[in-house]
Design a protein around this ligand. Structure first.
Ligand SMILES: Nc1nc2c(ncn2[C@@H]2O[C@H](COP(=O)(O)OP(=O)(O)OP(=O)(O)O)[C@@H](O)[C@H]2O)c(=O)[nH]1
Ligand SMILES: [Mg+2]
Length: 282
């Protein structure tokens, strides 16, 4: 299965981000706490060079907190400011304003020396599709300013949001990159829902997720679906279909439907807090 998804609107979005970079003081990059490396677009480092950088480990509520802390430590060791957040529920938001001011201290100092007072910090919010950029902005703003949705490609154009006199945020469309060097990266992005489902084969992706869970989190499927896990992923998928009464024509097992249900449960954190990759040093 091919995971590559780089439609025209992403090329356009990248150009827009390049053009707007000159207006920007700070790049706020959201990564998915379940796959903090695989969810980093390598193009962002190039786009955001010479800018202050802040990494948000978003959807921290869906990842194992022990690993969230390890990942935060990892990114700090690489020189980034890091905050772990749950944009949906507002967790971690309180510290953000302070962290933004701190990350832009040099710029604020420079402005002051030039006699420019109270020019707001302008931050571009970037990240892969569906990582939670718009939800984060709404949560920080305390109101719904931008459209959100649990599928990739919701935000299509840029939008400036003035938070207060100190900060203005630019919401951007989620972008991927033209070629995944490692297909495992594409697979993980598909698991979390950052790749448009239309280009994926649901049943095959579900089977791949089962393989991953059996290898890394044995017992999770067993307790979620009250089934016996079988090392043959398609046997396990059939058991999920059976247990959840996914049937076609009233009698045959509908494994496609079961795969969809499995992916949904996984994406929504219904299997508990699962981290899918670990910091390189560990
Ligand atoms: N559990 C959980 N869900 C979140 C969190 N942040 C966002 N979401 C959900 O993730 C989905 C995507 O959120 P959006 O804010 O639309 O994502 P986006 O990055 O703006 O996506 P695009 O505009 O498509 O690039 C929504 O269903 C949100 O409710 C979080 O911290 N935890
Ligand atoms: Mg969005």
């Amino acid at each position: 299965m091919h995971f590559q998804w780089y439609p025209g609107h992403m090329t356009k979005a990248k150009r827009m981000m390049q053009e707007n970079m000159k207006l920007i003081d700070l790049v706020i990059e959201l990564v998915d706490a379940r796959i903090p490396l695989s969810s980093r677009n390598p193009d962002i480092d190039e786009l955001g060079k010479h800018k202050a950088r802040l990494i948000l480990l978003n959807k921290a509520d869906l990842a194992d907190d022990k690993w969230n802390d390890a990942w935060a430590e990892y990114f700090r060791s690489k020189g980034f400011s890091v905050v772990k957040v749950n944009s949906k529920k507002g967790g971690g938001m309180k510290s953000i304003h302070g962290v933004i001011q701190e990350a832009c201290r040099e710029k604020i100092e420079r402005d002051r020396k030039r006699g420019i007072l109270n020019r707001p910090v302008r931050a571009m919010v970037v990240g892969i599709p569906n990582v939670g950029k718009s939800t984060f902005i709404n949560s920080l703003a305390g109101k719904s300013c931008t459209k959100t949705g649990n599928k990739p490609g919701v935000t299509k154009g840029k939008q400036w949001i003035r938070l207060n006199r100190q900060v203005e945020l630019l919401d951007t469309p989620g972008i991927l990159w033209p070629k995944f060097e490692d297909q495992q990266v594409g697979q993980k992005l598909a698991f979390i829902g950052s790749i448009k489902d239309d280009i994926l084969q649901t049943e095959e992706l579900g089977a791949q997720l089962i393989r991953f869970l059996l290898d890394n989190y044995p017992g999770v499927l067993e307790s979620k679906y009250t089934i016996e896990e079988d090392n043959d992923v398609y046997v396990t998928l059939s058991r999920i279909a059976e247990s959840r009464h996914c049937l076609v024509r009233g009698s045959e097992l509908d494994t496609e439907k079961a795969a969809l249900l499995l992916l949904d449960d996984f994406r929504n954190g219904k299997m508990g807090r699962l981290t899918l990759e670990y910091p390189p040093e560990v």
